[in-house]
Design a protein around this ligand. Structure first.
Ligand SMILES: [Fe+2]
Length: 171
């Protein structure tokens, strides 16, 4: 299943989705990085260059991220284990939120205006391959109120480990 949101240019989103799927189809590269006993969200870098980055992310049962943007980056995530529920707004002026379930194999690609929260509502750890371009530097978190829409609450630097571009491409 491929899910493309509306606002970003389709070619960029298709490229992001295909990169995520390409990594998803190579579990021999990332399977050994999985932390089966993790109790909180975790990430492992798979590839980083100046303009993009690919991560393996673990979502133990119940883990979630509040509504956030990606600091101007576009991205894609591919679910390689478990399932997630994504609630998203189509842009910063959106007055309603939408929701979709992302099962194993689902790819969600999104443009720079995408705001979403993601939760693992299942009983087992979910795993995703995540791609961002440009690199994910910061995320602004939002509240949402019916009739008022999104309201920025705070901006944080990415919680991903710092990886120098070009130093890491797992094979
Ligand atoms: Fe996100």
């Amino acid at each position: 299943m491929s899910v493309l949101t509306r606002r970003a240019r389709p070619p960029a989103l298709q490229w992001l989705a295909s990169v995520a799927q390409g990594w998803a189809e190579q579990p021999d590269i990332w399977r050994r990085l999985v932390r089966p006993d993790a109790t909180g969200r975790w990430v492992e870098p798979l590839a980083v260059n100046e303009r993009s980055e690919v991560w393996l992310q673990g979502w133990p049962a119940g883990e979630h991220v509040e509504l956030h943007d990606h600091g101007g980056a576009s991205g894609a995530l591919c679910v390689v284990a478990g399932q997630l529920v994504e609630t998203w707004a189509t842009g910063l002026s959106a007055m309603r939120l939408r929701q979709r379930r992302l099962d194993r194999g689902a790819v969600a690609a999104f443009g720079p205006e995408h705001v979403h929260d993601v939760v693992n509502a299942g009983r087992t750890q979910a795993l995703t391959i995540q791609v961002y371009t440009p690199r994910l530097v910061s995320m602004t978190f939002y509240g949402f109120r019916r009739g008022r829409g999104l309201d920025p609450v705070r901006t944080e630097l990415s919680d991903h480990p710092v990886v120098a571009p070009g130093l890491l491409v797992r094979r």
